[in-house]
Ligand binder design. Structure first.
Ligand code: ADP
Ligand code: ASP
Ligand code: MG
Length: 628
């Protein structure tokens, strides 16, 4: 079935490759192969890349480092990682990469460190600017017609007023002008994830892990037929496979469930990446760059979302809880409005919330918390204390059970919730969209609780249900590389050559191999009788060997039957099965007389010669296909 053309009359495929995918020479070969596959099939391809593994973290360290010597060490480390990869790829010169490197070196000298948010965004962008420049060169080396695009010329932050340049959002509408502009230039493009431009053309970021979202935004703008997220796991699993090795691959997911899993902790997708795909009905495939042959996860329709069931047990670390207590809040209108105004003014968004008469406990949206500095946070808490008593609890972990219509299966979950006995649960919420039940606990217990819940709610119930694929362990089991067996003719080569003498050809049999084959067949526990088909080779030594190994014989003519009996006279006749076709009456009579078992494969002979078969045991052969 061919795919429909997009609204723009061309089929765009957007592929995003994450940090680990762009950090090794071998995986770049896969990237080039996948890009080549895309353009060969007539599509237009846009590749979105992340920074090399660990580089955004190093740049964050650089932004925080006030000592010049400390910064030099970090820059050296970033250089080593890129140069080593370039060496492995035998890239030679790469002018666009060198230009970016010079710019980064200049930023290091010109700025006041530690950096403010705006300069920090500009600096962190260099991870993706360097990897995409390098990537362009690699793809050229594979002779692909690639053009390097600056994502900041294509994606623009949708912000008004005060905003955090480290976590902006963009509009995800279709963009015919961009589509035409790219299509005019080439069939293959590479660009940076993570970075977009702000209202004044300055560099802004989509938040940590934001390259997925860049790819989804491009897919929406170009009206792509598919978005592929290439990473280091072969799909989205029912739990983080690195924590829960029993986690099962989710073959298919609806957008809503995928959104919920990602938002509640399935780090494989940046949560804001799903909305653009969902809005434009673009299927999202999660694929493993190291194992491109695996189907991965397909996120598409909402169809499969009808059934209520737990699809995942996911967790998020680094959760900050804020409890606000004010005895006067009971029956008092406006307390929450006042409190949340403080959140708004300081740029902190609320994630989970639970309320009682006098206390409201909320968790901070991890992204807004992550992208704030200590001073800003202190000022925020200070202002809250004017309204109520504030209690902070940091470094908690939220554990979420995610699945459709979770409210309808609370009864089924109750047994599993016993695992929280003796554990302090700081907050419980049931999401308004009916997709998750979340509990916040101390970090030290989190992984073991996730494993236990996963065992009780998924492993014990998933069985062979179609939406659950193989487990992480199964996918990683080393493929049985059959021990290379040395064939007997290799070890007997000299004897064989000698044996052949002047002969042109011969059939040669090796008794030991036949013996071993006979034994293997006899060892099958589900087969209780093994017969050798005499028509395969009626050589007397072959027949004797098979008899010694305890096999019976299948004969299709009276002559074969007599031959077996003369070669192996001691053979018990009932070990012979005589299966003649259209034989005369005398052959059946002779078969019975010799004590063999006889196969009857048509009713005609029973009707014609009833006396031959009267009182005899027969072996009945039924042809189920034609009903005889
Ligand atoms: P990339 O650098 O390619 O964007 P990420 O590190 O952002 O990759 O995401 C992939 C990681 O997400 C995996 O290595 C895995 O440990 C983690 N992960 C967490 N939860 C899940 C889940 N439910 N399914 C799959 N991966 C998950
Ligand atoms: N390089 C960025 C990060 O590490 C974006 C990404 O990889 O998605 O957060
Ligand atoms: Mg990621």
């Amino acid at each position: 079935m061919s795919e429909p053309l997009s609204r723009f009359g061309r089929q765009w495929l957007v592929m995003k490759f994450g940090g680990s995918s762009v950090s090794s020479a071998q995986r770049w070969t896969t990237i080039a192969e996948q890009a080549g596959r895309g353009i060969k099939s007539g599509r237009h391809v846009l590749i979105v890349v992340s920074a090399l593994t660990g580089v955004t973290d190093l740049l964050t360290g650089l932004a925080d480092e006030s000592r010049q010597s400390g910064r030099k060490g970090i820059l050296d480390e970033i250089a080593i990682r890129h140069r080593r990869l370039m060496q492995d790829l035998a890239l030679g010169s790469c002018p666009e990469f060198e230009d970016r490197w010079q710019e980064l070196a200049a930023l290091n000298l010109e700025n006041q460190f530690p950096l403010n948010a705006a300069s920090r965004a500009g600096l962190l962008a260099y991870g993706e600017l360097l990897s995409s420049a390098l990537g362009k060169r690699v793809l050229q080396q594979f002779e692909l017609p690639v053009v390097l695009q600056d994502a900041r010329h294509c994606l623009h932050a949708a912000v008004q007023g005060v905003h955090n340049p480290l976590t902006v959002r963009c509009l995800d509408h279709a963009d015919p002008a961009l589509e035409e502009q790219l299509a005019d230039q080439s069939q293959l493009h590479i660009t940076q994830g993570f970075i977009v431009s702000g209202p004044d053309g300055e560099t802004c970021l989509l938040g940590r892990g934001g390259s997925d979202t860049s790819a989804a935004l491009f897919a929406a703008r170009l009206q792509a037929v598919a978005l592929e997220i290439w990473t280091d796991v072969p799909g989205m699993f029912t739990a983080d496979p690195r924590v829960v090795p029993d986690a099962r691959l989710l073959n298919n997911l609806g957008y809503r469930e995928a959104q919920e899993l990602a938002s509640m902790g399935a780090k494989v997708l940046h949560p804001p990446s799903i909305q653009p795909a969902r809005r434009h009905r673009i299927p999202v495939y999660i694929k493993d760059t190291q194992r491109p042959e695996f189907a991965g996860t397909c996120i598409s329709s909402e169809d499969r979302e009808a059934q209520a069931q737990v699809k995942g047990v996911v967790s998020r670390a680094g959760v900050t809880l804020i409890s606000m207590e004010n005895p006067a809040m009971w029956h008092q209108a406006g307390f929450l409005a006042d409190a949340f105004t403080v959140f708004k003014q300081h740029g902190f968004s609320v994630d989970l919330i639970s309320t009682s008469e006098s206390t409201v406990t909320v968790s901070l949206d991890p992204e807004s918390a992550e992208n704030s500095d200590g001073a800003r946070f202190d000022a925020f808490i200070e202002e809250l204390t004017h309204l109520c008593r504030v209690e902070l609890r940091r470094d908690c972990v939220s554990i979420s059970l995610v699945g459709n219509s979770i409210r309808t299966i609370l009864g089924k979950l109750s047994g599993a919730l016993d695992v929280f006995q003796d554990r302090q649960v700081h907050l419980v919420t049931q999401s308004a969209n009916d997709l998750n039940l979340t509990l916040v606990v101390d970090a030290e217990h989190a992984d073991s609780l996730v494993r236990k819940l996963h065992q009780l709610l998924i492993v014990s119930h998933s069985g062979s249900r179609a939406e659950f694929g193989p487990s992480w362990i199964e996918l990683n089991r080393p493929v049985d590389k059959a021990v290379k067996r040395i064939a007997w003719w290799e070890t007997h080569a000299n004897a064989l050559i000698e044996f052949m003498g002047g002969r042109e050809s011969a059939y040669v049999y090796h008794p030991e191999s036949m013996r071993s084959a006979a034994r293997q067949l006899q060892s099958l526990s589900s087969v209780n009788r093994v017969l050798y088909a005499v028509k395969a080779n009626d050589h007397e030594r072959v027949l004797r060997l098979m008899a010694q190994e305890g096999l019976g014989f299948d004969c299709v003519s009276l002559a074969e039957l007599e031959h077996v009996q003369s070669v192996v006279p001691e053979l018990s006749p009932e070990k012979i099965l005589f299966t003649p076709n259209f034989a005369p009456r005398e052959e059946y009579e002779a078969g019975f007389a010799k004590g063999a078992r006889i196969t009857v494969d048509n009713s005609w002979i029973l009707n014609q010669w009833p006396s031959v078969f009267k009182g005899k045991d027969i072996f009945l052969r039924l042809d189920l296909d034609s009903g005889h």
